[in-house]
Design a protein around this ligand. Structure first.
Ligand code: ATP
Ligand code: MG
Length: 388
C-alpha cells in the first residue's frame, strides 16, 4: 500500500548537543518507531526534522505518537509538493481553502529554505506563494495575529503545512541513563517522573505497598499512574514491595514523632537495592520543599543520608499549583486525586518531627533493627511492565 500521508516534526534541543547528536537522533527515531510497531510507516530524521510517512489507517496512531513523543518542539501533517513555486502556490491555496472552511479569516505565510539551489529566497517564497490565496480573496493577510499560519519548507523535498501542534520538547527518552522513581499514588511523584523523562531519562518505578493497611485499589491506582507514564517513557516496569512488616516494626520501635521519617529511610534502603539491581544511576522522588513535615530541608537531609545514589527531586522548588497544572496536562491528575490513600493514618504520627538531625535519625534507624525486614521485603517484590 502507498504511504500517502506525511508528517513532519521539528526536533528540539538536539541541535545543542554537538558530537552526541547522532546518538540522540538515533534514539529519537527508535522511540518514534516504538510507538508505531507493526504499522506500515517509514520514520526518518534529517537536518533537524523528523519525517513519518504512513498509510491512512496509521494516521491516528502516528498522531498519538507525535503527541506523546518527547524530543520534538512541534509537528504537523504536511503535503509534499513539487519543488517549484507554481506547485507551492497551488498548495498554499488548498491550505487556505481548508482553513477558511474551518472558520479562519486571516492567514500568514511563513517559509524556510534550506535548499539554497531553490531560486526564490524566504521573501520570494512568502510573497509569491501567498499570491493565489490572496488574489482570490480566500483569506485576508494578517502578519501579527493570523488565524492560521501556513508554512512552506523547501528542503530535500518541498513541504506545505498549517496548524503546527506543539510538541513536548525535552531530550529523547533513553539518552540520559536510567532513574528509579519512587512512585506513590499522590499528585507529585508522577509529575516528578515525567520531568525526568523529559530530560531523557529512562524510568522504572517503585511502589511500597502496606496491605491491608493500604488497599488493592491504592495499588491499582499507582499501577495505572505507571501505565500513564509509559505513554511518554515507552516502557516502565513497576516494582511493588510489600512493606507492611517494615511499617509494623517501625510502629513498634520508633518514637511516634519519627515514624514517617523512619519509613522514608527504610524506603531509601530498599530503593538502593533495587536501583543497584536494575542498573539505575539515581533515585527520584516527588518531594517539594516545605510541602509536608517530612519535606523540611533538615528531614530531606536525613532521608538523603540513606541514599546510595544521587537523589533527584525535580519538584523541589515547585509549588502545588504548578504541579497540578502539569498533572492535568500529562493526564495523571484524575487518577492521582482518587481517594485511595497510599499511607494509612495508623502509621501517621500526630506530631511529626519537623527538623531532625541526620545523627539522630541514623541513631533511631539503627535501634529499629529493621535491615533484615527491608531486605526480605525487597526480595518479595513483584514486577509489572507497561509499554506503549
Ligand atoms: P506524592 O504526591 O508523590 O504522593 P506527597 O506530597 O504525598 O507526594 P509524601 O507522601 O511525603 O509526599 O512522599 C514524598 C515522596 O516519597 C513521594 O513523592 C514519593 O516519591 C515517595 N513515596 C512516598 N510514599 C511512597 C510509597 N508508598 N511508595 C513509593 N514511593 C513513595
Ligand atoms: Mg503521597
Amino acid at each position: 500500500m502507498e504511504l500517502n500521508k506525511f508528517y513532519i516534526g521539528k526536533v528540539g534541543e538536539l541541535i545543542l548537543k554537538g558530537s552526541n547528536i547522532k546518538l540522540f537522533e538515533r534514539q529519537l527515531v527508535k522511540n518514534t518507531q516504538g510507538y508505531l510497531r507493526g504499522l506500515n510507516v517509514k520514520v526518518r530524521l534529517n537536518s533537524g526534522r523528523l519525517y513519518i510517512e504512513c498509510v491512512d489507517e496509521a494516521c491516528e496512531r502516528v498522531e498519538y505518537a507525535l503527541n506523546h513523543l518527547i524530543g520534538i518542539t512541534g509537528w504537523a501533517e504536511a503535503v509534499v509538493v513539487e519543488k517549484n513555486i507554481e506547485a507551492i502556490k497551488q498548495e498554499v491555496l488548498n491550505e487556505a481553502l481548508k482553513a477558511r472552511d474551518n472558520g479562519a479569516k486571516t492567514f500568514k505565510l511563513e517559509s524556510r529554505r534550506s535548499d539554497k539551489s531553490f531560486p526564490l529566497d524566504h521573501y520570494g517564497i512568502c510573497s509569491e506563494g501567498a499570491e493565489l490565496a490572496y488574489k482570490q480573496k480566500i483569506l485576508g493577510v494578517n502578519v501579527k495575529n493570523p488565524d492560521v499560519v501556513i508554512m512552506v519548507e523547501v528542503r530535500e523535498k518541498c513541504f506545505v503545512y498549517s496548524n503546527r501542534t506543539k510538541g513536548r520538547r525535552g531530550l529523547p527518552v533513553g539518552v540520559s541513563g536510567k532513574g528509579l522513581l519512587l512512585l506513590s499514588g499522590g499528585l507529585d511523584s508522577p509529575v516528578a517522573g515525567y520531568r525526568m523523562l523529559r530530560r531523557g531519562m529512562t524510568i522504572d518505578a517503585l511502589y511500597f505497598h502496606a496491605y491491608p493497611y493500604t488497599s488493592d485499589e491504592a495499588r491499582e491506582k499507582v499501577e495505572h499512574l505507571a501505565e500513564i507514564l509509559s505513554q511518554y517513557g515507552l516502557r516502565i516496569h513497576i516494582n511493588t514491595i510489600p512493606f507492611t512488616e517494615v511499617q509494623m516494626q517501625i510502629k513498634k520501635k520508633s518514637p511516634e514523632s519519627y515514624t514517617t521519617l523512619m519509613l522514608r529511610l527504610c524506603m531509601m534502603k530498599a530503593a538502593n537495592m533495587l536501583a543497584e539491581r536494575i542498573g539505575a544511576s539515581c533515585l527520584i522522588t516527588g518531594e517539594s520543599l516545605g510541602q509536608v513535615a517530612s519535606q523540611t530541608i533538615e528531614n530531606m537531609a536525613c532521608t538523603e543520608s540513606m541514599a546510595e545514589f544521587p537523589l533527584l527531586r525535580p519538584l523541589v522548588g515547585t509549588d502545588k499549583e504548578e504541579i497540578v497544572e502539569i498533572a492535568k496536562e500529562i493526564g495523571t491528575y484524575e487518577t492521582s486525586i482518587l481517594p485511595y490513600e497510599d499511607c494509612c493514618v495508623l502509621f501517621s504520627p500526630r506530631h511529626p518531627v519537623l527538623r531532625s538531625t541526620v545523627e539522630e535519625a541514623q541513631k533511631i534507624y539503627e535501634s529499629l533493627e529493621v535491615d533484615d525486614l527491608v531486605r526480605e521485603a525487597y526480595e518479595k517484590r513483584e514486577i509489572k511492565l507497561y509499554e506503549v
